[in-house]
Ligand binder design. Structure first.
Ligand SMILES: [Zn+2]
Length: 352
């Protein structure tokens, strides 16, 4: 019996060695998107899955289509259909739905990803254009309950070509919110919408410091962020009391920076910006001593505490943090800002 036990033990060791060998391959990390982000009736739709890292052995793509009426109520649901399966795929994976979908539809697509003995899904919903519910923003990339995730409404500026705007929304979801190293870990925590009415962004330096809001503004109160995407080159700003901000549609760093104010109440990290100290996990402090004593708990050292210009306000993040650097380049969030982001997402998940 002892001999048998030893044999079993040896076999177990061999299995464990194999498992640890397999686990040397990184776990899969993938991102899904559809193009156009808000397709018209009959337009081809391309579903894409890109890989950031890891070992992907099998992918399946499914769709379910719902018909909706002018109240947004579901009037019919299709069977769930397997569109394609890939074994040991090269990336990016793409599938073209030729002829797309009719109007008045909500399309639910699901990539199931297998790798390293793990299995997870990307489960995404979008509306076809035009969205039949009047005055409401169209859901164009929905991953969670609106009460438990961060919701962002993209508003076209009066200066935008609408097709350029639609494409920019797709690029911004894909390359900003699924691009920044930290927030992309929370891909199931952000819903995106497109507003049917325009707004107009003002220049912080030369115009009145309030953006022109769209006519259905009262319908947007569910969203934690509303962004006016514009074409002209102006100095952007956020209006935190309205959860509203502006960004050039092609300037990713600015979009990320301004959304940081609205989604997580992160303050500016440059002298001459807008400074305040949040009671929980701030990224700005009103005194050097408070900033220094917070450092150890925020993964930094007290020597990292420094004044922002001559503002009388202090911070721990290095200059590379997105809350100091906006513009074309997209910088990562640094640890003190990451703490605040995680705090905000967890509070939303709890329904706050
Ligand atoms: Zn920061």
């Amino acid at each position: 019996m002892l001999y048998l036990d030893k044999k079993i033990l040896l076999q177990l060791c061999a299995v464990m060695a194999m498992l640890s060998l397999f686990s040397c391959k990184p776990d899969p990390e993938t991102f899904a998107i559809h193009t156009p982000i808000y397709p018209g009736s009959g337009e081809n739709v391309t579903f894409s899955l890109k890989k950031i890292d890891g070992n992907v052995e099998n992918v399946k793509l499914y769709e379910t289509v719902q018909a909706i009426n002018a109240s947004g109520a579901v009037t019919g649901t299709s069977a769930t259909v397997l569109l394609q399966e890939w074994n040991n795929p090269g990336f990016p994976i793409q599938f073209v739905k030729s002829g797309g979908y009719a109007s008045n539809r909500i399309v639910n697509y699901r990539f199931e990803v297998y790798g390293n003995d793990k299995h997870y899904t990307h489960d995404i919903k979008f509306a076809t254009r035009p969205y039949p519910v009047s005055n409401q923003p169209a859901p164009v990339y929905i991953v969670g309950d609106i009460n438990n995730v961060l919701n962002l409404v993209f508003i076209p500026d009066t200066d935008m070509n609408i097709n350029t705007f639609y494409n920019a929304v797709k690029v911004d979801i894909d390359e900003v919110f699924h691009g920044e190293d930290y927030i992309r870990r929370f891909r199931n925590s952000y819903n995106f919408f497109i507003n049917p009415f325009t707004g107009h962004a003002h220049d912080y330096d030369t115009e009145t410091r309030d953006h022109e809001i769209p006519s259905n503004w009262d319908q947007l109160s569910f969203a934690q962020g509303k962004v006016i995407l514009h074409n002209r080159d102006i100095r952007d700003f956020a209006e935190p009391d309205k959860l509203l901000f502006s960004a050039e549609h092609y300037v990713k760093g600015t979009l990320l920076h301004e959304s940081g104010h609205n989604f997580y109440r992160l303050a500016d990290e440059y002298g001459g910006g807008v400074h305040w100290q949040e009671s929980e996990l701030p990224n700005n402090w009103s005194s050097l001593s408070a900033c220094q004593s917070a450092a150890a708990g925020r993964g930094m050292s007290s020597a990292d505490a420094h004044q922002m210009g001559t503002s009388g306000w202090y911070k721990l993040c290095p200059a590379s943090c997105v809350m100091e650097s906006s513009g074309t380049a997209m910088h990562p969030y640094e640890r003190p800002c990451r703490d605040r982001i995680l705090y905000s997402i967890l509070h939303r998940a709890g329904g706050e």
